[in-house]
Design a protein around this ligand. Structure first.
Ligand SMILES: *Cc1c(COP(=O)(O)O)cnc(C)c1O
Length: 443
């Protein structure tokens, strides 16, 4: 007889105490953070931890230049500003990403345009990219979603053909590679996040890399108020030459990030081993679709994404209802899982209302006043929408969690999929799946 599901009063497969949190704090964090405390230097664009972080991330990625920022979002905006993107320019990104991949354009008075995803990789579909290009397009921002590199070769080819710059949003993909090349170094600029969730944590923070010296110089100005530094005295002159922001990082987050980078490869290896184990086992369960990693890519599994197919599971119910029922039943078994993005980014109110700044409707009205229309109806992104209906994120695949925990996940999946009728009977129970913040070092 099948075991009784926890959602039906049975015993859960696992408990919260089976999970270990992320990020992992080691003696390297303690040592480098103590260096900050002992030095008395807590901030500054040329301070030792910030400079060390920039040097080490440039070395790690193989980029010529690195600048650290206060967030990944700041790095993305800084990249657009450094490229000279301006009012009414269009910036193309993926329909399935975090808001910041698109809102960075609005911060520069530019207009985001979205491209639907490839249904297997969940990255921007290069076959749909060219149709989104207009005479106003300036930049393409492919996103290496959930740790899997976007298909950069065709994207770079199209960018070259149309003379467009490419900013890689690598905020989820520290250490991922595409055909042997480190993500972030393939386009003109690469941007990484250092928030506590990401594969490299600084608590908060960001990283900007480029091989282009003039882009680095311009970004450096944007990072610090647009304020020039006197070449001889090396002092700020308090005479802004361009519009800038305050996007500097600081010593304590930089020290933490440096310590995390020391362990990036070994921690990515644990994610990959856990993910490969789950993929091998979960692919045996009809109706479970594990993530896909194309030949030539190193996926670093910032997130482990699972999709569900009710038809393959032998159930006659719509994909969204099925996903919700399975999520709730797995959550009650003790798994931490749930959705991240719940809709394609253009579906968010910001794009549906196109309110932007104040009541002016900027930046859209810049072009709409000239008769150009922007349509963000989500029906244009059917693959991103289908994904949002039937995916969930399995939390806890990060180090130091190992195969023992993954085995429990597989047991929970098998248990629920052997009792789908029971899970579906509880589909409307008031249960709210997800991870608690503490799993990722958040309060
Ligand atoms: C996390 C993230 C960002 C923004 O990073 P922050 O450091 O949180 O500002 C941008 N793009 C993507 C795809 C992200 O996942």
């Amino acid at each position: 007889m099948a075991e009784k599901l926890a959602i039906d009063g049975g015993t859960p497969v696992l408990t919260r105490s089976n999970f270990k949190n992320w990020p992992i704090i080691t003696d390297d964090d303690r040592r480098l953070i103590n260096e900050v405390l002992d030095s008395g230097i807590v901030a500054g664009g040329t301070a030792p931890q910030v400079k060390g972080l920039e040097k080490e991330w440039a070395e790690y990625t193989g980029a010529k230049y690195c600048l650290t920022t206060c967030s990944g979002t700041a790095a993305l905006h800084m990249a657009l500003a450094a490229l000279g993107v301006g009012p009414g320019d269009e910036v193309i990104t993926s329909a399935f990403t975090f808001l910041a991949s698109a809102s960075c354009a609005i911060h520069q008075n530019a207009i985001p345009v979205f491209v639907d995803i490839d249904p297997k990789t969940y990255n921007m579909d290069p076959a749909k990219l060219e149709a989104a290009i207009t005479p106003r397009t300036k930049v393409i921002i492919p996103v290496h979603i959930q740790g899997l590199p976007a298909d950069m070769d065709p994207i770079m080819k199209i960018a070259k053909k149309h003379n467009l710059a490419v900013i890689e949003d690598a905020c989820q993909a520290h250490g991922a590679t595409y055909k042997g090349r480190m993500v972030g170094t393939i386009g003109d600029i690469g941007c990484f996040s250092l928030n506590n969730f990401k594969n490299v944590s600084g608590g908060e923070g960001g990283l900007f890399i480029t091989n282009n010296e003039s882009l680095k110089e311009k970004a450096g100005l944007v990072r610090c108020f647009g304020d020039e530094v006197d070449e001889v005295s090396k002092r700020r002159v308090y005479n802004a030459s361009i519009l800038g922001y305050m996007y500097r990082n600081q010593e304590l987050p930089a020290a933490h990030a440096r310590a995390q980078i020391m362990h990036l490869d070994e921690n990515n290896d644990v994610r990959i081993a856990n993910a490969n184990y789950l993929t091998k086992e979960l692919s045996k369960i009809p109706g479970v679709i594990p993530p896909y990693c194309p030949e030539g890519c190193k996926h670093v599994y910032f997130m482990y994404n699972v999709r569900f197919d009710p038809k393959a599971a032998g159930v006659d119910v719509d994909p969204k209802t099925f996903r919700i029922a399975v999520e709730k039943a797995l959550y009650k078994e003790g798994m931490l899982l749930g959705q991240w993005q719940t809709m394609p980014v253009p579906g968010q109110d910001l794009f549906q209302s196109k309110l932007g700044y104040g009541a002016s409707g900027y930046p859209w009205t810049i072009n709409e006043d000239k008769g150009i229309e922007y349509d963000y109806s989500v029906g244009q992104y059917p693959e991103a929408q289908a994904l949002c209906d039937n995916y969930t994120i399995v939390h806890g695949i990060h180090a130091p969690n190992g195969i023992d925990l993954m085995e429990k996940f597989v047991t929970a999946f098998k248990k629920v999929f052997a009792n789908l009728d029971v899970a579906l009977a509880h589909k409307d129970d008031e249960i709210y799946p997800g991870a608690d913040g503490k799993l990722y070092g958040a309060a």
